[in-house]
Design a protein around this ligand. Sequence first.
Ligand code: PLP
Length: 295
Amino acid sequence: MARQAWLNGVYIAAEEAKISPFDRGFLFADGVYEVTAVFNGRLVDMERHLDRLERSLRELKFGAMPDRQELEQVHRRLVDLNGIDEGYVYLQVTRGAYGGRDFVAPEEPRLTIFMFAEKRALIDTPSARNGLRVVTLPDVRWARRDIKSVGLLAQAMAKTEAKHKGADDAWLVAPDGLVTEGASSNAWIVTKDGEIITRALSNMILAGVTRHALFDALGQRGRKITERSFTVEEARNAAEAFVTAATGLVTPVVEIDGAKLGDGRPGKVTREVQRLYYTAIGADVAKAAPFVDEG
Ligand code: PLP
């Protein structure tokens, strides 16, 4: 069966889904999105993703909310219809189409809501096993990075530049020299003393659902996280680093701007954090992620 998507209340073959070129999502990037991981056929932290979706819509003064119960049901149904054991569900909401191109947002929104699901290995991946090489690049995004906007051009450019430079991904750096976050992830470093550091929440970064879940998982173990900004220099000299994101889960970073962290392999604390997070989402670590015990 063709991949099933859902558009404005209707299940449809993904390739046949169509929206108007007058949609404000297309013309102005006037929309927001969420990506929820699926593991063992179960949605990971869907409620937190929907909370953040609603917050993004409120911040953009959408004036209407999608029906939350319906969104939950569609998430589950797309997982079933597409036979997703491991992968993700994508959800996008735009302000809709009005037949013209007026910068001023119309009073009455006509939401376009689109969802699709895809199979993808999340845990046993080369990045999770071996780690990422990242390069730091100027953060040229807008000032409301707390809103999960579909306006992702700066991130797409940064990731493309990182690839052209022979790296796997980009960390973004504000004009004050402080790292904001990864191009599609939250950034973390670990000091030589084992202190785990990530930037505090503000309009400068996205409040990652995975970041939040890790605070819970580490907190339950009595493990402290320091919320503060760090410079590129500090990151390059850190003992370890990693990134978090819904589909990337916890991914080690082994190199920053060509400088190896530690011995250039995923660090001990990072492995511990991976193990904790995998366990939190219900993975049998020995089976799904044997590498976290390789040391
Ligand atoms: N920061 C940015 C810029 C992102 O795009 C993402 C995920 O797409 C994240 C952080 C991580 O957020 P989450 O853990 O909710 O996926």
